[in-house]
Design a protein around this ligand. Structure first.
Ligand SMILES: Nc1nc2c(ncn2[C@@H]2O[C@H](COP(=O)(O)OP(=O)(O)OP(=O)(O)O)[C@@H](O)[C@H]2O)c(=O)[nH]1
Ligand SMILES: [Mg+2]
Length: 218
């Protein structure tokens, strides 16, 4: 019975995610969902992208169990933020995202960045309707995360390895990490970043800009 119930929940969520995706596509909004462990640097990456990305109007949905801390950081970085407090739930779902989208001026939005609740397990099961889902990992978490949390990696379209500046202080094996990622999801676009030094942020911004122009020229 419980399995059936979960299947229903996921089925309902998938249908809502498809509606979100259509609504975003109708308005030429490129949407990217970031998921990753607490503290891997999701908000820091978004802050850097908002500060560096030129020519696109960025809006952000912030998913958190509690607090509006991240939404405040995003607004301070210069983008409008829509906070979702999940009230204890460990992931966003598509209906929550829809409620935020309904408050947003989609016509003037080019890029919607969604920060999922810090967690590498539950968010992987719940599609939100973003065209791209990214996993963010960071050096202090260890190089074995792809094999320990394979679903997140298998179902993503992009991977960001953050906190590159901490490599000299860590036994992290970057070659092992990227090999594991490659085995699980060879199609995923890969970025390596540091929010401290700014490394890799330009490449990420360029990729986002390219994806947005492909969307609008399609
Ligand atoms: N050294 C280093 N620290 C970083 C980097 N990126 C983020 N941090 C730090 O890591 C901590 C967590 O960063 P956040 O951006 O808040 O992480 P988050 O993934 O949004 O965290 P949650 O929203 O709680 O899941 C902060 O103290 C950041 O300053 C980085 O590239 N290098
Ligand atoms: Mg955050």
């Amino acid at each position: 019975m419980q399995v059936e119930l979960m299947t229903d929940v996921l089925g309902d969520n998938d249908a809502a995610a498809q509606e979100n995706q259509q609504l975003l596509a109708d308005h030429n909004v490129l949407a990217v969902d970031l998921m990753g462990s607490p503290g891997c640097g999701k908000t820091s990456i978004l802050e850097k992208v908002i500060q560096q990305l030129k020519g696109l109007t960025v809006r952000v949905i912030e998913g958190d169990v509690a607090t509006a801390n991240d939404a405040e950081r995003i607004e301070a970085a210069g983008a409008e933020a829509f906070q979702i407090n999940t009230g204890g739930m460990c992931h966003l779902n598509a209906p929550m995202v829809r409620r935020a989208i309904d408050k947003m001026d989609l016509a003037s939005t080019d890029l919607l960045l969604i920060e999922n609740v810090g967690n590498l397990v539950c968010p992987a099961a719940f599609k939100l309707g973003a065209q791209f889902r990214f996993v963010v990992c960071s050096i202090p978490e260890g190089d074995d995360k792809p094999e320990k949390y394979p679903v997140a990696f298998r179902t993503c379209q992009g991977i960001i390895l953050n906190k590159l500046d901490l490599i000299p202080h860590s036994p992290f094996d970057t070659e092992k990490f990227w090999n594991l990622c490659q085995q699980l999801q060879p199609e995923a676009v890969q970025f390596a970043t540091s929010c401290t030094t700014g490394e890799g942020i330009t490449e990420l911004c360029q990729w986002l800009t390219e994806q947005h122009s492909q969307l609008t020229s399609a």
